[in-house]
Each structure stands twice: as C-alpha cells, then as structure tokens.
Ligand binder design. Structure first.
Ligand code: HEM
Length: 472
C-alpha cells in the first residue's frame, strides 16, 4: 500500500485510481478482495443502501473498528478508534459537547477568523490576489477554529508558535502537520525506529512528543482554570468540548475516561476536526473556480440574503450548502469506513441481481465512499460536479458524514465552520482557477482536480491555485 500501484499490487489510493471502472463497472454491489500472499479477505461495498443496512444495525449487531486501521496502536482508545462499550463511554462523554451553543460559537469564530485571515494575509486592500496554494491558508484556518472552539485556545492568525500559548518554542501548526503526515509510518514501524539517528525520523518523533506535550499542557491549564473558576465563582469556560473531557476524569463509571483516553480524544478531535473540513474546503473552492455558474448562483444567494437584511446562517444558503456537499461527494475526506463483523448478518443486495447474502462473523467489510458516491445507479453522471443533486437533501441521511450510531459527531461543527467561511469568502471574492500559460480550464480540471491526494489522514484534491478578484 505504501508503494504506487502496479498490475500486482494496489496503492493506498487504489479506490481513487480505479474509480471509473471497478466494481465491474458498478454492476455488482460488493466485491471480495482476496490477497494472494498475506492478509484476510475483505468485502468492499459500493452501494449506499448496503452501507445504511450495515451501519443502522451497528448498535444492535456488534461491529469492530479494525485496530490496525485506526490510530489505536499509537494513541490508545478514543472515540474514533474504540468499539463496543468503550466506544459507548466515549460517545456519552463527547456527544453533548456538540450542541447548538458550540455550533453558534463555531459560526461566529469562523467569521471573525476570516476577517483576521484577510487582514493578516495582506488581502484587505487588494483588488486581485494570486494564491499559489489556497490549501496552506485553509489548513491554518481550520486548525485555529478547532483550537478555539473545541479547546478554548486563544490562537491568533499570526501567533503560530503556540496555538494558544501553552507550549513555547516550536511551531504547533507545523508539528501537527508532520504528525498527521507521518501517522502511517507510526502505524507500521516500531517506536524504536524513530530513535535512530536520522534527521527526518528524529524530527517526526520530536513533533509527536511536542504535540502530546501541548495536549497535556492544555489539560493542566484547563484544570487550573476550572479550580480558579470554582474558587472565584467565575463563569464557566466556554470550551464545552474540553470541559466535558475534563469533567469525565472524575465522572461516574458510565461517563468516566482515564487521562490517557482524554489525550486520545483530544488527538482525535484535532485530527478529525481540522483536516476533514480543510480537505472539503479545498475541493469546494477548486470546483467553484471551475464551475463559474455554480459559484455565481452561490454569490447571488448570499447577496440576496444580505440585501434582505437577514444574517447568514447554515439554513438560508441552500445552494452554497449543496456546493459543499457535492465537493465532499466527489472527494470524501474519510473514504474508507472499515468494520469487522462480530456476528453473522444478512443483507439485501441489488446488483448484479436482487439477492440476500450473508456476511459471516469475522469477515472485514469496507464501505468505500469513493465507490459509493460514484455509483451511477445512485448518482447519475457521477463524475460531474452538480450541486443541485443535493437541493432539499440536507437531511441527516446523506451518508457524507457516515450513517447509524457512529455517524460523524462533528457534522454540524463542520457545517457551520465551512458555510460561515465560504459565505464570507464568496461574498468578497470572485474565485478563478490560476491557469498556466496555454492551459485550458478543462486541462486544469483534468490535471489539478483530477489528482487524488492524502493530506495527513484525510483525502482531497491536490494543491489548488486560485486567483481572487474582489467583488464590488
Ligand atoms: C467535512 C468534514 C467532515 C466529514 C466529511 C466527516 C466525515 C465523517 C465520517 C464519514 C465519519 C464516520 C466514520 C465511520 O463510520 O467509521 C466521521 C466520524 C467522526 N468524525 Fe467526522 N467528518 C467531518 C468533520 C468532523 C469534525 C469537524 C469533527 C470534530 C470536531 C469530526 C469528528 C469525528 C469523530 C470523532 C468521528 C468518530 C465518531 C464515532 O466513531 O463515534 N468530524 N466523520
């Protein structure tokens, strides 16, 4: 998987590379992958109805997240890496923290951060800005949103060294990006390897150590502040995600987490909470730069709300929301959802023919979101960016954020962050693709947007080069 694909081996991104012709031209809902030399057979699923059947039963039928495909061996049990009763304990602690108050905070902070970003980047009085790689700006934006809204850190756009003033002397954003980029190496190789005197390996180890030190420092700071608040009758800290996690250290058994589990959840939220949204935004802006008519529709929608004097929010910009969903469909940030079956289960399949089949205990299933979202039986002309397919479809059942009890806990967080950012961005700027001399928009789409790329733990397009012109 680490090597690029050949006729005999598959690369890590094989579902992307083979997206147009696998699942036998989408004429079968599931395929069995049988490794020749090592490993156990896998069942890949490319039909959304089967994913719903599987995951809606996840509370009733025990399914296990495969340890080697999560960060469990590195960070231990967390919400995303655990299964069964341990997972339920983590979910009970964290679910109430993703509440309307926090989502409003995300909307407001994203809007303030957008203004900070524009002035810190020196774009405030520019009429045209050429951005060689918008990803660099967006990843920083999404990291600061999660740092502020989940952990209450006062990270500022220009204050990169600390993302909240907790561990001095190193660049937190860079350390975190090294951590996310190296997680596959950390999964495969033993810790001792990173002690060897090779500059790159030592650097990776140092970044992991520093990020963990930051997380533990945030916890100590939160403990100190909570004691201070109790003594001084001060108001509660507004970061309810961190607060719930800290409270769980002394919770009742059903909601109690150990210190290591809290650290693991903080890692998880840092990873899951910033790379996913950033990746979805790279893709949304990239597609909107190509599909100018969709961008114009989004702009007119935003403008019309503002002219009516209505404050923007996630529910009054339907087309913009659809543009965001459509980008996630074409580039799902988590694209493989694996589970090990802990008991037999019957499922209905439709292709090649309607049939009931049995998935045996012990088998590993993988819901392949790239395949599911490009299945022409569910998404006609699947390769076309067409936001209108999501009109009126902002229901909980989009599958874009998973399905069943383990559906994305940060869905509304992501939604508020992304739409708040996009609404302001598109209000102020007309976004164009930066074309190389002689390059056509079609070539830009084929080459730049045709690339599938892992940004740490999340999947998206590669670097997106944009030219921004200020709207009047
Ligand atoms: C566009 C952005 C996002 C997308 C597309 C996305 C997608 C998903 C999907 C598909 C799952 C299900 C995984 C599975 O069933 O194995 C998931 C789970 C999860 N997501 Fe998100 N996510 C996004 C943003 C976020 C944010 C902002 C956070 C946190 C602030 C977050 C935290 C999590 C966590 C902790 C889980 C595991 C939940 C559990 O196992 O109970 N995600 N996400």
């Amino acid at each position: 998987m680490l090597l690029s694909g050949t006729g005999w081996t598959l690369s890590f991104l094989w579902p992307w590379e083979k997206r147009n012709n696998y699942f036998f031209g989408y004429n079968t809902d599931i395929i069995y992958m049988i490794p020749i030399l090592a490993g156990s057979p896998l069942v890949y699923v490319c039909n959304g109805n089967i994913m719903r059947q599987l995951f809606s039963n996840e509370g009733r039928i025990n399914m296990i997240k495969p340890h080697e495909l999560t960060l469990k061996s590195i960070i231990g049990d967390s919400l995303a890496s655990s299964s069964g009763d341990i997972w339920r304990r983590h979910r009970r602690v964290l679910a109430p923290a993703f509440n309307p108050k926090v989502h409003q905070l995300v909307w407001d902070e994203s809007s303030m951060l957008y203004d900070e970003m524009i002035s810190a980047q020196g774009w405030a009085d520019q009429k045209t800005v050429i951005v060689p790689n918008i990803n660099d700006v967006i990843i920083k934006f999404s990291l600061l949103v999660i740092a502020r809204c989940a952990f209450g850190l006062p990270g500022a756009w220009l204050d990169d060294t600390e993302a909240g003033g907790v561990v001095q002397g190193y660049n937190f954003t860079e350390a975190l990006s090294t951590v996310t980029e190296s997680f596959i190496l950390k999964l495969i190789f033993p810790r001792k390897l990173f002690m060897l005197p090779f500059k790159r390996l030592r650097h990776i180890d140092k970044c992991w150590t520093n990020v963990e030190a930051t997380i533990r420092a945030i916890m100590s700071k939160a403990t100190a502040e909570a004691e201070y608040a109790v003594n001084d009758q001060k108001t509660e800290p507004k970061a309810s995600v961190l607060k719930r996690l800290m409270a769980s250290l002394h919770g009742q058994a059903r909601e109690e987490l150990s210190e290591d589990e809290v650290v693991a959840d903080m890692y998880t939220l840092l990873f899951a909470g910033h790379e996913t949204v950033a990746c979805a935004l790279y893709a949304t802006l990239g597609y909107l730069a190509i599909y100018q008519d969709e961008q114009e529709k989004a702009f007119l929608e935003i403008q019309s709300e503002l002219q009516k004097g209505r404050p923007l929010n996630v529910s009054n910009v339907d087309h913009l929301q659809a543009c965001f969903f459509e980008a996630i469909r074409l580039r799902p940030p988590p694209f493989m959802l694996p589970r090990d079956m802990d008991q037999d289960m019957f499922i209905n399949i439709s292709y090649p023919a309607p049939e009931i089949i049995i998935l045996k205990k012990g088998v590993r299933i993988v819901c392949d979101l790239i395949g599911i979202f490009r299945n022409p039986h569910e998404y006609p002309e699947p390769a076309t960016y067409r936001p209108s397919r999501w009109y009126g479809g902002a229901s909980a059942d989009t599958l874009l954020f998973g399905s069943g009890p383990r559906t994305c806990i940060g869905r509304n967080f992501a939604h508020n962050e992304a739409i708040s950012f996009l609404a302001r961005f598109l209000r102020d700027w007309k976004v164009h693709a930066t074309l190389q001399p002689g390059e056509t928009l079609k070539q830009y789409e084929d080459w730049v947007m045709g690339i599938g790329y892992m940004h740490g733990t999340a999947f998206s397009v590669g670097s997106v080069a944009l030219t921004l012109t200020r709207r009047q």
